[in-house]
Design a protein around this ligand. Structure first.
Ligand code: GTR
Length: 406
């Protein structure tokens, strides 16, 4: 039975982000960065998301299409990144769709986020290439798990492309199914076979599942941005909604090159504290989506208190880089309060590393965004990405992104 009753949240004690495994408490940023941060990263890899191999070289990139878009206000660029090929691999490449403001000549800061149903769904622009990857049939215009012309622009409400461009940012997106199709096939499709050693058939219990693979793809896009002169590589924000918010948080935790992180309603295994067991739980997520996390995470089904970590420490791994955590009131499944508390309990690490953190201890009223280096809002309405969310993310980025570059 799903618990939505605050009085039934079990008693719990959270592991302290600043206390090292040998009991020493970090009192300097150096201790955090050299001792505690690597410890936590290791614990998250081993117990929740799984380890992701380092393949070494950046992926080979090819610009496959370029043109003016959005009534000439933007430059559209589509880049194909090729995965290294092995005989048993079906995944060959992922496509990055970029829009850059046309009126700005200097390298632009950029939002990078995975999308759920194909790059062509984020805007009706007819020049966006349709993905040939597997897509869930629950999305509009998908036939036999493939994209059709009918699905163009189907997710446009979630991507405020015009406003993003208007405010001087670029936007880059990748269809997450190009990296790993989102169904349980024992990791035979997608990029996992590329990660396997010669005698390996599936990930070990401490090796990455799909979320780890999606996060890996985000970092490979960042490698590419390093080579693209129209993008300011030092000012790339990683954004994600729901399961893709979990991937964005994990990417931001692992890859310190991401300048800013935005989690929209990422819930269980994302920003929400596991120990609260409110809404979606570790057991329910592992049972419904056995391919998302590493197998070791299953040890904590109905056993959250034995987790050596909790999700506030995932937020802490992003410090001192700015983080925005967003919730929606009707999305109790994602435990808005647990998401807020993860931000609050990461505050001590932010104060130690940046002298700034979450400017409140109180859960805020609806649609009153709390803006600090850790920011939070809960809006009215259901699970999704709404213009209200993008308005806050853009304001937050305006006040936090320039600073990063100095
Ligand atoms: C739900 C899942 C959540 C969230 C969501 C989504 O079914 O339980 O953890 O990730 O899907 O991605 O839309």
């Amino acid at each position: 039975m799903t618990n939505y009753d605050e009085t039934k949240v079990p008693q719990y004690e959270l592991p302290c982000p600043l206390t090292c495994m040998d009991g020493t408490k970090c009192i300097t940023p150096e201790q955090w960065f050299h001792v505690r941060r690597p410890e936590l990263l290791h614990l998250f890899s081993e117990n929740i998301y799984g380890k992701t191999p380092d393949l070494g070289n950046p992926l080979r990139a090819e610009i496959i299409e370029e043109g003016l878009a959005l009534s000439k206000r933007a430059l559209r660029r589509q880049i194909r990144l090729f995965f290294p090929q092995k005989t048993n691999t079906t995944a060959t490449h992922m496509d990055i769709l970029c829009y850059m403001p046309n009126q700005i000549k200097s390298p632009v800061p950029l939002f990078l986020g995975l999308n759920f149903a194909g790059n062509h769904t984020i805007h009706a622009d007819p020049s966006i290439l349709l993905t040939s990857s597997w897509i869930d049939e629950k999305w509009e215009g998908v036939v036999d798990h493939r994209a059709t012309e009918k699905s163009r622009g189907a997710q446009a409400l979630r991507w405020d492309v015009d406003q993003i461009i208007e405010r001087g940012y670029g936007l880059a997106t990748i269809y997450y199914g190009d990296i790993d199709p989102d169904f349980d096939d024992d990791y035979q499709n997608g990029v996992h076979p590329i990660f396997y050693r010669s005698d390996q058939k599936r990930p070990n219990d401490d090796e990455c599942g799909s979320i780890g693979a999606w996060a890996w793809g985000l970092s490979r896009a960042l490698d590419y941005f390093h080579t693209d002169e129209s993008i300011d590589y030092s000012r790339v924000a990683v954004f994600g909604h729901s399961r893709l918010g979990k991937a964005a948080l994990w990417a931001g935790a692992c890859d310190e090159r991401f300048a800013l992180v935005i989690s929209n309603e990422s819930g269980c295994g994302g920003a929400a504290l596991s120990r609260r067991c409110y809404g979606e739980t570790v057991k329910s997520i592992n049972e419904r989506f056995p391919h998302w996390f590493c197998n070791n995470f299953r040890k904590f089904n109905q056993n959250e208190n034995n987790l050596p970590i909790d999700q506030h420490q995932l937020i802490a791994l992003i410090a001192p880089r700015p983080i925005y955590i967003a919730s929606a009131f009707d999305d109790q499944w994602a435990d808005p309060k647990g998401e807020f508390l993860a931000g609050l309990y990461a505050d001590n690490v932010y104060r130690l590393t940046s002298n700034d953190g979450l400017p409140t201890k109180e859960f805020p009223p609806l649609e009153q965004a709390i803006m600090g280096r850790i920011s939070y809002h809960i809006r009215r309405g259901r699970h999704g990405v709404m213009p209200y969310d993008w308005n806050q993310f853009l304001d937050f980025s305006d006040s936090n992104i320039p600073e990063i570059n100095t």
